[in-house]
Design a protein around this ligand. Structure first.
Ligand code: HPA
Length: 278
């Protein structure tokens, strides 16, 4: 068996032994959103360490566990703590959790992150709904022998971010009077923040926000036929766009500051996704 698929199936078997829950939405929490789980009706939690063969995160502030529960009536699985490529894992390990949540039954993948704004119309604290992405600066998780059980060799990428889900998020933001920007997310490897020249490159390529996660997860989930949506919390403007040097503390601070609003937006969006029976 393909070793990437074998590892995934081993993790899945391990989860199945411990959890009996079928989520509709799989939610990945970015920086500052770790506390979202406190808002939902939790049924069960599963530490990544309890899953045989599962890659475990090392970033401070990132807890590593799945949370199973309900947002309103909607069954969700939440990833509290994601795995980043810059931690040194092979890219197939980085996307393993997203694939695993699809196997658990999730049809929708809701990605969140903290990101640097490279669009001059953005300000720290803004939310940007992701409409498209650039993932070419990190390896594709689909390189290597295709895993036919997961999806096709050559997959269409016309609408990675589902248009119906985008409309739902737009409406949720409107209902809550939360201003919502839209734009293209570009993933670089990190872990260093970008140089001013790299930020200009991102802008020239058509990106609006830059980060170190998300796009590779969307590639893997799109391959498996999931419906995907995503929101970035713009935690800072890109390096060189202001006089401030960047720090993880600043990213965390802004993300924490707007987290209450971010949580409301996510909750409302998920409730509407359930209502529309996607
Ligand atoms: N660059 C890359 N990733 C980030 C940034 C940034 O400016 N802010 C938060 N995550």
């Amino acid at each position: 068996m393909n070793p990437v698929y074998e590892k995934l199936m081993n993790c899945y078997e391990s989860v199945k032994k411990k959890v009996d829950f079928t989520p509709l939405v799989a939610l990945v929490l970015g920086s500052g959103l770790g506390g979202y789980a406190e808002e939902i009706k939790v049924v069960q939690t599963l530490d990544y360490r309890e899953i045989e063969g599962f890659p475990v995160s090392t970033v401070p502030g990132h807890k590593g566990r799945f949370i199973f529960g309900y947002v309103g009536e909607i069954p969700v699985v939440i990833m509290q703590g994601r795995i980043h490529y810059y931690e040194g894992y092979p890219i197939q390990d980085v996307v393993l959790p997203a694939r695993l949540m699809k196997l658990m039954g999730a049809k929708i993948l809701f990605l969140t992150n903290a990101a640097g704004g490279v669009n001059y119309d953005f300000a720290a604290g803004d939310f940007m709904m992701i409409t498209d992405q650039i993932s070419n600066f990190v390896p594709s998780p689909l390189v290597g022998e295709n895993i036919d059980e997961l999806g096709p060799r050559f997959c269409d990428m016309s609408h990675v971010y589902d248009r119906d889900l985008q409309e739902i998020i737009r409406n949720a933001a409107k209902k809550l009077s939360i201003p919502l920007k839209e734009g293209v997310y570009i993933q670089l490897t990190g872990p260093a923040f970008e140089t001013p020249a790299e930020v200009r490159m991102c802008r020239a390529l058509g990106a609006d926000a830059v980060g170190m996660s998300t796009a590779c997860e969307a590639v893997a989930a799109n391959h498996m036929g999931m419906k995907i949506c995503g929101i970035s919390c713009i935690s800072n403007l890109g390096c060189g766009m202001t006089e401030n040097p960047l720090s993880h503390a600043e990213v965390q601070e802004t993300a924490d500051r707007v987290a209450p609003l971010f949580k409301k937006l996510i909750t409302e969006s998920i409730m509407q996704m359930g209502a529309e029976k996607l």
